[in-house]
Design a protein. Structure first.
Length: 412
């Protein structure tokens, strides 16, 4: 009996050691710095986990947070970050809650970035928006998370999944050590042609993003029946307050999605709420600055209609032409991202010039005039781009016929 018990212990120990060894060698989340081998473990299984643990393990001087737009559009190699360690912690579908938790974790560990660049997405502000991403977990912020994962059977499954993905070449996304997602992620997606990529994105926003199923509601402020402890915009307020306490330099910006993307907001009847969102952002930044007795952070608006966001979209028959500033309506390229950083940091590159109409610093003093100017620009765009408008309105009508909601309301 004693011999049998010893054998069981030895077997269990061997299995545990083997599990740890496989997880360490494959390194499915990119946490342990294990060597990468082609067709084995180059492409990882969880960008979210890798980014969060990386930024907490090696806190940078300059931090980029936001969604997939900043993930593949804001390049940490931009000259404004020269002589700084920088990490792009923007993640696909990053909710404001997660952005705040990254800052809170850095603050808790007394690791204060000198600069924070915070990309803001309107759809993230909806109280009735999507549930948290499937791979989101507060455990990701636990200091001991990497060590626990070595012993995890779920990690072993991820190791197997990583190997299979690399063998079958399913994963083509490449991450740099600075967290930036290389633009080659878009190569396969754009084989359908950029016009089709635009239409597919716009239909997705009209069908899913603006009024997520099943309730199909949109609101910036919670009603009494909402179960969330904090609304997304309250999470933004907390994130801004944390940055003021850290005495860091935060730059908030509304990204430069294409003009057609803004038209999906209009077609959804959300234009007034879109404007109210900008009012809330400015109020949050300025009121929290007053509480902290600090100079307000800059809030930049790159939305609207200008020489960048109105870049012509290739025709439906042209599947080879590629746009300079966009992959599709929502996601901008690093070329546009470089212009964003040029404007925010007042950087003058010998290789490019930022158009005068691209990027406006908004405050409570100029916001209403700015919103009125965008409305005028929108009317001009609608008059001068009738084919684009007709296509988006046709998509909106198609969605209205097929979408089935419990209710569809705009509450504020």
């Amino acid at each position: 009996m004693k011999k049998y018990s010893i054998q069981v212990v030895l077997l269990a120990t061997t299995i545990l050691i083997l599990c740890v060894a496989i997880n360490f060698i494959v390194d499915p989340f990119g946490l342990y710095g294990s060597p990468k081998f082609k067709h084995f473990n180059v492409n990882k299984d969880s960008t979210r986990l890798m980014k969060i643990i990386s930024v907490l393990r090696n806190p940078p001087d300059a931090l980029i947070i936001g969604t997939s737009r900043e993930d593949s559009g804001i390049d940490p190699k931009h000259p404004v970050f020269q002589d700084h360690s920088v990490f792009n912690a923007a993640i696909s579908s990053q909710p404001f809650l997660e952005s705040k938790e990254i800052l809170q974790s850095l603050s808790d560990h007394k690791k204060f970035p000198e600069q924070i660049v915070f990309g803001l997405l309107f759809e993230n502000a909806n109280v009735f928006g999507y549930p948290l991403p499937a791979d989101y977990s507060q455990e990701n912020f636990n200091t001991f998370r990497p060590y626990k994962l070595l012993l995890s059977l779920s990690t072993l499954k991820s190791s197997a999944k990583t190997i299979v993905k690399n063998l079958t070449a399913e994963a083509s996304i490449s991450e740099n050590n600075d967290g930036f997602r290389a633009p080659d992620k878009w190569v396969d997606q754009l084989l359908i042609g950029q016009h089709k990529a635009f239409v597919d994105t716009e239909k997705h926003y009209l069908l899913d993003n603006h009024f997520p199923l099943p309730a199909c509601k949109s609101a910036l402020i919670a009603d009494i029946n909402n179960e969330k402890t904090l609304t997304p915009m309250e999470e933004v307020r907390d994130a801004v307050a944390i940055a003021y306490r850290m005495k860091t330099e935060m730059h908030l910006f509304i990204g430069p999605s294409h003009a057609r993307q803004w038209e999906t907001i209009g077609a959804s009847g959300l234009w007034g709420q879109f404007e109210n969102w900008k009012r809330m952002l400015v109020d949050i930044v300025e009121s929290e600055a007053q509480k902290a007795n600090a100079t307000p952070f800059q809030v930049w608006d790159f939305s609207g209609y200008n020489s960048i966001t109105e870049e012509p979209v290739p025709s439906a028959s042209d599947k080879t032409k590629r746009m300079r500033y966009y992959y599709e309506s929502s996601h901008y390229t690093p070329a546009a991202g470089d212009l964003v950083l040029d404007r925010i940091f007042n950087y003058h590159s010998p290789d490019r010039t930022v158009p005068d109409d691209f990027g406006i610093l908004i405050t409570s003093q100029n916001l209403e005039a700015h919103l009125a100017h965008i409305r005028t620009d929108r009317e001009h765009y609608r008059l001068t781009h009738p084919e684009d408008i007709a296509e988006i309105e046709a998509l909106a009508r198609e969605v209205a016929k097929t979408k089935r909601c419990l209710s569809a309301t705009i509450t504020n």
